[in-house]
Write a protein that binds this ligand. Sequence first.
Ligand code: UD1
Length: 420
Amino acid sequence: MERILVEGGVPLMGRVRIKGAKNACLPIMAASLLTSESVILEDVPDLDDVRTMSRLLRSLGVEIFRDRRNERIFVNSRRLTTSTAPYGPVRRMRASFLVMGPLLARLGRARISLPGGCAIGTRPIDLHLKGLGAMGSQFTMDDGYIEAETPCLEGTGIYLDYPSVGATENILMAAVLARGSTVIENAAAEPEVVDLANFLNSLGARIKGAGTPLVRIEGVASLGGGRYRVIPDRIEAGTFMAAAAISGGDVIIENVIPQHLSAVIAKLQEMGILVEETGKGFLRVRSRGRPRAVDIKTLPYPGFPTDLQPQFMALLTLAQGTSVITETVFEKRYMHVEEMARMGARIRIEDRAAIITGRQLLQGALVQAADLRGGAALVLSALAARGFSEIRGVHHIRRGYSRMVGRLRSLGGRIFILPS
Ligand code: UD1
């Protein structure tokens, strides 16, 4: 198994360009199932999760070609050969479940293995099923698979008990080709939901209100083809911002939408880190010594994103004073804590809260990534720690970061991949 080797203590300096958003790209790829016309997607990051989604779509009969150099993919879903999404890709990546809505809309049936993905707490799919059920779909469970069937999807009013990103996206995709209009109340307002809606509208869908808790979709008979550029990844941007700060560096982050990062920028500034917009789509992040302790609560957008909680915890382990992070989105998203403790971090977990007593220094250690963002956080800790660290479980990091090691090295980080 590959490992990452880091010699900490070098401030990161220079510029890094942010890739297209993984969490926008995956639903948009799934949504390409809704049209029999060709779609070209641009700024598609080179990630394991994107490869998993491509493999899943191919297994359904979709044609996909990838132009890796130009970060483009070509998708054509004219001839779907099956409505079964098999165990392999679905086990590997929870976002595979996003093919449920499009398959139901396109074929009137779907058979999908129960989802897997990062082990960060119970991740039920009840809200997806409740919404699609209200639109007329019937579900049965058999042999680890969920089977869904509907003679015709009907638009309706759906209130989500929680603004789930995946449930909002699945319902929205199904509603695009349903009969009549659908209203989703308490919908997720994440920028990735907006990007999915913009993509579908560019193909001829009629979606209004994406980005607010009330989304209205007027069903249409069919969608056309087109070309679409995915938004920049706010989580990747936030990770590099935290990397700049934790290493005591000065980094310009290119290709960002600062509004998508309001909560993140506010927290960095509260810590005493300088963040300034230096041009359209450019943010400069500059450290001014040890950060100040702050409290963070993860929440649905526009709140602080749970996908940056581990990286910001890494930063706070070196803060002056005691910080409290409260994780309200995924209750078990603290798998990185024990590994950070191996580097000398002082963190106590009490129910959903992590109490972090900042220290002056971390010490390099051998640590194991157990999930994607937790793995990124360990890399950040290692960049700041004294001496050498070895990070195992690199495959988790590859799911969501393209060339993370090479890009950190181009900022001056002493970081290398050790082949297996
Ligand atoms: C998406 C993101 C993930 C991010 C998360 C929250 C993708 C591919 N993944 O995941 O990176 O961490 O949003 O911002 O976009 N829930 C239910 N019932 C459901 C669905 C969800 O109770 O039917 C709960 C979950 O257990 C969790 C919370 O809702 O506690 C948030 O989950 P959700 O917003 O659905 O996250 P995902 O779409 O899985």
